[in-house]
Design a protein around this ligand. Structure first.
Ligand code: NAP
Length: 359
């Protein structure tokens, strides 16, 4: 595989730091540019991040002395220096749309963790194991943006990254209704117990905008490409509740599901254990070997024990049993800042690279 020079826009933030950590030593992608706001521009990465470094591993030495650029003011220079950028910034929505389109129109593809472009019908929103075929709409998007090479691809919200993968191989049984209660870690809000002490011994039953994303985004993931755009799936009906819980990392979901043709428990477990998506078939560097892992033990999956499975890129499932209102219920877990954020972004970029979209 060819090597690619990459930029990280929002490199000083929580998601940006995770990108820096995952990409230091990546076999295909080499960090060339780090960019953030004007507040960080002109400082070395080490100075700009300072005490905000929140990763468990030390700041990688090979990027510490890179001078941070201004993501907006230096856009032309950045776009000319890299093959594509990752983007995860905290800015007003209209500024994020302008920033991402700005890079794409400068012929610099953008792999984004921001929510702003997720529902555009010509923007692929990738869980690479589930909807890798959605990259086909990039051609339509390039026509809209008037680009030859530039485009935007996004990854979905972290809240859906356990139950959408777990339900995905079961769609052959006609999923008609889903209820998912999501128990979401504090790192999803960019926080730790040090920065959010109110979360110790607490639960907050509200995460702004999260339930809407958790119900709408799966329909796009399961949508079909028709006439060059993604047409969202019409079913299943999905209802969710999202609660913030005192867990550092790892979103857990309690899922109830109803089918048109009810499978047996054994068929469901077999479907999970045998499922392989395009990342597994292509052997992408960040792809988990076993994407969906079913645990027989009654007390699994547990956030602390299972979130780091396969580098935090695998999904863990357990407690499958029949339900009196729905057909079945089960519990699933994914690492929200790895599979659910930067790791998912890196895997999406690997898929795009393998399919030639950065050439
Ligand atoms: P964060 O820790 O607050 O970091 C924000 C980043 O944005 C910093 O690098 C900051 O740079 C940069 N920034 C702020 N204003 C800017 C400007 N005017 N121009 C350029 N850069 C600017 O936020 P985060 O938790 O990393 O989240 C970043 C984004 O990722 C958000 O959109 C969030 O919703 C999204 N996110 C997605 C997922 C997912 O994919 N599922 C998960 C978590 C978060 P300075 O340090 O210079 O201020």
């Amino acid at each position: 595989m060819k090597n690619y020079n990459v930029g990280i826009i929002g490199a000083t933030g929580m998601v940006g730091q995770r990108f820096v950590t995952l990409l230091s030593g990546h076999p295909w992608f080499k960090i060339k540019v780090l960019a953030a706001s004007g507040r960080s521009a002109g400082k070395t990465y080490r100075e700009a991040v300072g005490a905000k470094w929140a990763m468990k591993t030390p700041l990688p030495e090979n990027v510490a002395d890179i001078v941070v650029k201004d993501a907006t003011a230096d856009m032309k220079e950045i776009a000319s220096e890299v093959d594509f950028v990752f983007c995860a910034v905290d800015m007003p929505s209209e500024e994020i749309i302008a920033l991402e389109e700005g890079y794409a129109k400068l012929e610099c593809p953008v792999v984004s963790n921001n929510k702003e472009h997720r529902l555009y019908p010509d923007v692929p929103m990738l869980i690479p194991e589930c909807n890798s075929e959605h990259t086909a709409v990039i051609e339509t998007q390039r026509k809209r943006l008037g680009t030859k090479r530039g485009f935007i691809a996004v990854k979905p919200n972290c809240s859906i990254q356990s139950y959408v993968p777990a339900l995905h191989p079961l769609r052959e049984y006609g999923i008609s209704a889903v209820l998912a209660c999501n128990y979401q870690a504090i790192s999803g809000a960019g926080k730790t117990f040090e920065t959010w002490p109110e979360m110790v011994d607490n639960l907050i039953p509200f995460i702004k905008g999260e339930e809407q994303k958790s119900e709408i985004e799966p329909m796009k993931i399961w949508g079909e490409v028709k006439d060059g755009v993604i047409v969202p799936a019409a079913k299943p009906v999905i209802t969710t509740q999202c609660l913030r819980v005192p867990v550092s990392d790892g979103h857990t979901s309690a899922v109830f599901v109803k089918f048109e043709r009810k499978p047996s428990k054994e068929e469901m477990i077999k479907a999970w254990r045998e499922y392989k998506g395009e990342p597994q078939l292509l052997g992408l560097p960040s792809a988990p070997k076993q994407f969906l892992n079913y645990f027989e033990e009654d007390n699994r999956p547990q956030a602390k024990l299972d979130r780091d499975l396969e580098g935090g890129m695998a999904v863990s499932i357990g407690r499958l049993r029949e339900d009196i209102l729905f057909d079945y219920k089960f519990v699933c877990l994914s690492h929200n800042t790895l599979r659910g954020a930067a790791g998912g972004g890196v895997l999406a970029a690997e898929l795009l690279a393998a399919k030639g979209y950065f050439d």
